[in-house]
Design a protein around this ligand. Sequence first.
Ligand SMILES: *[C@@H]1O[C@H](CO)[C@@H](O)[C@H](O)[C@H]1NC(C)=O
Ligand SMILES: *[C@@H]1O[C@H](CO)[C@@H](O)[C@H](O)[C@H]1NC(C)=O
Length: 563
Amino acid sequence: MLVSAAFFALLLTGTLAKPVTRDLVVHERRDSVPSGFVKEGPASPETMLKLSVGLYSKDISGLQKVLYDVSTPQSPLYGQHLSKAEVDEYVKPTDETVNAVTDWFKANNITATKDTPAGDWLSFSIPVSQANELFDADFTTFTHTETGTKAIRTLSYSLPASLKQHIELVRPTTYLSPRFGIAKASATIYAPVHVVPAPEVSTSADDACSGGITPACLQSIYGIPSTAAPNQDSKILVTGFIDQYANEADLQDFLEQFRTDIDPSTTFSLETLDGGSNPQDPSQAGTEADLDMQYTVGVATGVPVTFVSVGDGGDGFYDVSTWLLGLESPPQVVTTSYGETESQVGIAEANKLCNNYMQLGAQGVTVLYASGDSGVGGSNDASCSAFVPTFPSGCPYLTSVGATTGTAPETGASFSSGGFSNYFGVPDYQSSAVSSYLSTLGSTNAGYFNASGRAYPDVAAQGNEVEIVVGGSTVYVAGTSCSSPIFASIVGLLNSELLAAGKSTLGFLNPLLYSGAASAFTDITSGSNPGCNTNGFPTASGWDPVTGLGTPNYAKLRTAVGL
Ligand SMILES: *[C@@H]1O[C@H](CO)[C@@H](O)[C@H](O)[C@H]1NC(C)=O
Ligand SMILES: *[C@@H]1O[C@H](CO)[C@@H](O)[C@H](O)[C@H]1NC(C)=O
């Protein structure tokens, strides 16, 4: 055997710093530090990082087909939602993937735990030094300038070439969003809602709404029943982040003022994730959390509501969705009034998170997200030269809720975010509604949006001058943050009636909404959502990217869902 002297020299001087067998290939990379952040310097080598690896599922397209089958009223499988175990069969990685990744972990002394029962998300903690070596990364401390919050991320990471077919992504890595666990109450997170002045009284045609939006007003304009839901197995979950605490005394005060017909001690249950809590001092009452609880408990009469408070140390949407995927019987409605800018989420991550919602939908969970509060601008960045889609509203497996204002008539709220995803293509269920809109739109806003993307919002509900109690005071708030819990209440009440009638709950709504149920919505045809120095999108008859299909009519929805 001939061994060259040069080879020995390399070994002896340690120039072969990395084993040649690693064969790393760049997996995700960003060219620059995202705006709003500054680079502080290398993360200290011994700091422990918690990383998650997302593995390819065995048959995600099979699950997508099943989701549409169980959610499309014309399908013979409509309403036949899958159990968690059935969903997991589609989602779990193949044995080949599991073995390849397990071997890689073993070779690197990594002990990983499953974040989901299907095992498609695995988490582990390793020091920065090992993470830099393993992924050929450069984990660095970044500071979010606006809030001063720090996060450790890398602008690039690599994977062994042999694992690329098994691993979708590693997170959090290249993606630096001013969201959960990174920044608190950043302006680019569209919660909490903002307080607005009290409306001028008596301008409304509908007396119940003359002093602002209240449960009685919503019952009047949308026909929402005030009687107690007939079945207690229909449940609503409200998510809470960024130290937004739901105050029980505020809820009681709200019910005493606005629901004199029900027991004012009606309250919610609490779940916590990531060390979250729900302190009850009035000074800590959160505007967003109080709004969300008051417009679920106070509108979905008799439907049990749970508040999940997610701690700052956690990882927002990821942790809530993986937690829900671990539950044997998840709540049938989940409403979230938080979101972020789509482009700040890496496409691989956006895609796999969106698949978490696909799995929930297949199990019969209605996932609702507020569409955002900055019109087509998406964030508070006025300098945008293209519209800024929000996440996760662009995910096709959930229902995005925009906002209206006024009741005489009800018009699209100018802040109601809506538009077209750059990550997700238009799903079949909305392609005809969206192409009708686009042909009406003509060349307006051409070049500002991606006409082949998934379009949102899907529906709308009141989002301005909504009356709530916070810290003992009655105030008015505005935002799509109002609209999502209001819509959740309607779905929760319908689900309760469906269960009482021995039928299955609604689950993923969109195929139903865009087909049979479209006429159960009041079409909103005035208003627009300006941003990026444009007039934004105009509302139109039929679906539009300000108010979706319109606002709900409870009686018509009952009929549309077969009640
Ligand atoms: C794994 O741990 C063993 C025993 O502690 C050690 O000999 C080996 O070098 C470690 N391997 C890596 C890649 O860290
Ligand atoms: C537009 O949307 C499509 C469909 O999701 C996508 O494939 C394409 O990359 C998007 N284009 C841009 C410029 O983002």
